[in-house]
Design a protein around this ligand. Structure first.
Ligand code: NAD
Ligand code: 6OD
Length: 484
């Protein structure tokens, strides 16, 4: 039986209090997770605080970034270990984790190493009241000990998306992975030791949120800032914890993203894009499209084409050839998704396809499988259209005008992402300026340039990370005035 240990001050630590980690594929137990108590979390935070002052602080930027390149190289060298850990935890298809999750785990260290080496700070020559001159310049210093609280949907990708820039800026981190996905965060501890990252710079504490490691960590007074990815409601609880001591937060939260498909789109590309954005990772992507608005002349054709794609998905275990969809992460999440499937029916939806559980056989019958699902015919007030389901499903509604599409897309509390499908590039850019989101894809989805901003508007987040924007959160900017 595998033990998922905490990683504190460069050592793997058992706590004696464990919970089972089950794979969502067949619900079998794959390991025991050692839950960190308040004193374990305290030990991790204090190790991180000490490390801020030690070799890590004395290291030149060049040396520090070389170490981060070495972390990336070591992730790539152990690619298959990371891949299998991610597959075991999440059950996602091999093709997805091997093309997206694990490569991004390495890239997140490389990109931010490049950025901190090359980013300038402002400097001004100024006239002083006595007729002399002064130079004023900006100096970036690490924020301190960063709490990194992560979700389960893209575990390595989303964790390293925070740990990469945090370490590149000279901070130390305490990571709280999701209780559902302890594997890759633990493995990263081995990588840190292998490449010689000083003890205490990277720490991992396992456990749950309330009354467990998540709460102990975010409430810890020696934590300087909290970066969090997860549900908007959890963000509210963490924000309350961060208020004590007025600690900064960076939040990437939930979404209810609209896809807008115009009649002049490249139809096949739009279908391929919406298929990915609605069903990839079994719909467990914050950027996913759960609301699809299609211009009326192509509405029926679009619904039928997306139905064919949904029905063509191959559900199965991660390493089975040709599998395109895995299970949901947990029994609890399956209950939530199935409750929305039931609500859609109760509210009078036309179930175009899916809406239930697929007939899985053998051991897989115990896994957390749901059918890819498409609905039409629901009013915009429906819970299924207002709330994030986070499953492989979407509702498709018709629209007529550009103005109507904008109004529909914006009629939500969330503001994470949108996708626009049209060959009229002027129209696409007009819409991009009007839709209230942090991320807008035109004729594409989840196309990432890690040098650019990432984050959500409205209830989808606070702040932006990515490229130099990450430095705004992970450093304190000091102004220095020099009278010449
Ligand atoms: P979640 O909010 O339930 O949990 C996320 C993490 O927070 C877990 O590690 C959990 O243990 C911890 N946590 C829970 N309660 C806590 C508390 N009170 N104090 C401290 N920590 C606490 O989210 P999830 O179910 O793991 O992930 C799915 C959600 O994440 C979806 O809403 C999705 O949209 C969102 N998400 C957003 C982005 C983005 O970039 N905006 C990316 C991925 C996922
Ligand atoms: O690509 C990224 O950097 C990122 N943060 C993706 C988030 C995906 C949400 O599920």
């Amino acid at each position: 039986m595998k033990d998922f240990l905490n990683f504190i001050n460069g050592e793997f630590v058992a706590t004696g209090k464990t919970f089972d980690k089950r794979t969502p594929v067949d619900n079998s137990v794959i390991g025991r997770v050692h839950e960190a108590g308040r004193s374990d979390v305290d030990a991790a935070v204090m190790a991180a605080r000490r490390a801020l002052k030690g070799d890590w602080a004395r290291m030149t930027v060049v040396k520090r970034t070389e170490m981060l390149y070495a972390v990336a190289d070591e992730i790539n060298r152990r690619f298959d270990d990371f891949l299998q850990a991610e597959l075991a935890d999440t059950g996602k298809p091999h093709v997805l984790a091997s093309h997206v999750d694990i490569p991004r785990g390495a890239a997140n260290f490389k990109v931010f190493a490049d950025i901190v080496k090359n980013v300038p700070t402002e400097s001004f020559m100024m006239d002083t009241p006595d007729g002399g001159k002064a130079v004023s310049y900006g100096l970036r210093t690490p924020l301190g000990v960063i709490a990194v609280v992560c979700p389960w949907n893209l575990p390595l990708l989303l964790m390293t998306w925070k740990v990469g820039p945090a370490l590149a800026c000279g901070n130390t981190v305490v990571v709280k992975p999701s209780e559902e996905t302890p594997g890759t965060a633990t493995l990263l501890g081995e990588v840190m030791n292998k490449v010689g990252v000083p003890p205490g710079v990277y720490n991992v504490v396992h456990g749950f949120g309330p009354d467990s490691a998540g709460q102990f960590l975010t409430q810890h007074p020696q934590v300087s800032g909290i970066t969090f990815t997860g549900e908007t409601r959890t963000g509210e609880a963490i924000m309350a914890a961060a208020a004590k001591g007025v600690r900064p937060v960076s939040f990437e939260l939930g979404g209810k993203n609209a896809g807008i498909v115009f009649a002049d789109c490249d139809f096949d590309k739009a279908i391929a894009g919406i298929t990915r954005s609605s069903f990839e990772n079994c719909g467990q992507v914050c950027l996913g499209t759960e609301r699809v608005y299609v211009q009326r002349p192509i509405f029926d054709k679009f619904v039928q084409a997306l139905k064919a794609k949904a029905e063509g998905m191959k559900l199965g275990s991660p390493n089975e050839p040709g599998v395109t969809m895995g299970p949901l992460i947990s029994a609890e999440h399956k209950r939530k998704v199935m409750s929305y499937y039931a609500k859609a029916k109760a509210e009078g939806a036309t179930v175009v396809t899916g809406g239930g559980e697929p007939p899985m056989t053998g051991a897989l019958a115990e896994g957390h499988w749901v059918q890819p699902t498409i609905w039409t015919g629901l009013p915009e007030s429906s819970a299924v259209i207002r709330e994030e389901v986070f499953g492989p499903c979407c509702h498709i509604a018709p629209f007529d005008t550009e103005e109507e599409a904008v109004a529909l897309a914006n009629a939500t509390d969330y503001g994470l992402a949108t996708t626009i499908w049209t060959q009229d590039i002027s129209r696409a850019n007009r819409l991009a300026a009007q839709i209230e989101v942090g991320l807008c894809w035109i004729n594409s989805w989840f196309l990432r340039d890690l040098r650019t901003s990432f984050g959500g508007a409205k209830a989808s987040g606070i702040g932006r990370e990515g490229g130099v924007h990450s430095l705004e959160f992970y450093t304190e900017l000091r102004n220095v005035m020099v009278k010449l």
